[in-house]
Design a protein. Sequence first.
Length: 428
Amino acid sequence: MSMSIGEKIRKIRKELKLTQSQLAGNEMTKSMLSQIENNVASPSMKNLKYLADRLGKPIAYFLDDNYSKNDNISNDCIDSLLLEKISEVIKEVDNLIKKTEFAKAKAILVDLLKKSRINKESKIYADIIYKLGLCFGYLKDFLKSEEYINESIEIYEKNYLYSDAATAYMDLAFKAFASFNYDEALKILSDSYQIYQKSANRDIFFEIEFFHNKAGTLSALGQIENTLSILSKAIDLSKETNVYYKTDELYRMRSSIFLIIERYDDFLHNIKKARQFAEFTDNKLSIGSIEFNLAFYENIIGNPKKALEYLELSYKLLGENNYLYYQEKAKSYYLLEDYERALTIFNKAKYPDYVYHIFDYLILWSAKIYEGLTLHKLNKTNEAIKSIKEGILKMETVTQSKYLAFAYKSLSDIYSATNNYEEAFKSL
């Protein structure tokens, strides 16, 4: 039977007649080492390298059950791969996922698995296939996604890494979320928390991530008060523990809720807090999203010139990764009555199929209504009606909303302007 990392560390420590305090030295606490040896906690790669060096063993000894058999692979090569290459690859993949370059991220991970000989029961292998599962999910290959994520969960649990297992399990909710089945997504999130509770150690990062995902799901269900309550819990937890993990995103999500329910003073307060934390952590992607939210707000209150200023600031940070940039910019020019320019920009807009939050989805497709109104102003009535009907068709698939009501009203107005009162009445 294979030994865990902790059991291997304890075995070598005792063979060398070292106490836990002696092995822990100045870099670790005795308590942390005890938890690692008893499989209560998993060492970070930094801590594992420190312990391996003090025990006179290569890292591969602790990570690879077949270490002694791998005579054709040098220890230096394996250590370098584990400590440097894989961590760099994971960082690169995370950045690509943030930029919605899912196919590229997937290809990198597949190539890494082909070229690397990694113990398939190790944490590092689980980390790789977990990320691969995420990529398949974003690419809508849910069968492959669940296969890889479930395999990673099994490995994490075998290694007593319940926090990691819970985090991976939480992402199984993606399929339900992508099909707008938010009740099922909530159930999966609840089950992930049950796994997390098996852990002997508290993981603040997991708890904040859990609150963040739950708030997103509750907001999609229209449970505004519950959403705001969960976000407050997450923000308070982040402050109390001084980790400030995702604090900018939590404030930004809260600001978006207030924007939707038209509590503009609360929106401005929370977007200001979001900016403070985003700038503190130098999170340029978050700052870019904040600039966009402010542009959206300025268009709502009738300040399209100011909206354009914020949009350009957002574009400098997000570029083409902001799928709503052209839609919102065109809307600004529509409000400025520069219809020719608005239409030119609308023609650049893209409508990706990876938008799964109901409010984001409605905002995305409501742009088709403004496109239709722009076409109508340019006396392209048939094209205007076609554009608005396309937006209506998309929005009808999810729920009744103020965005859909606005679409029907806009369609009715166009029919009325062409004296087609029968269709105008139907639209209302």
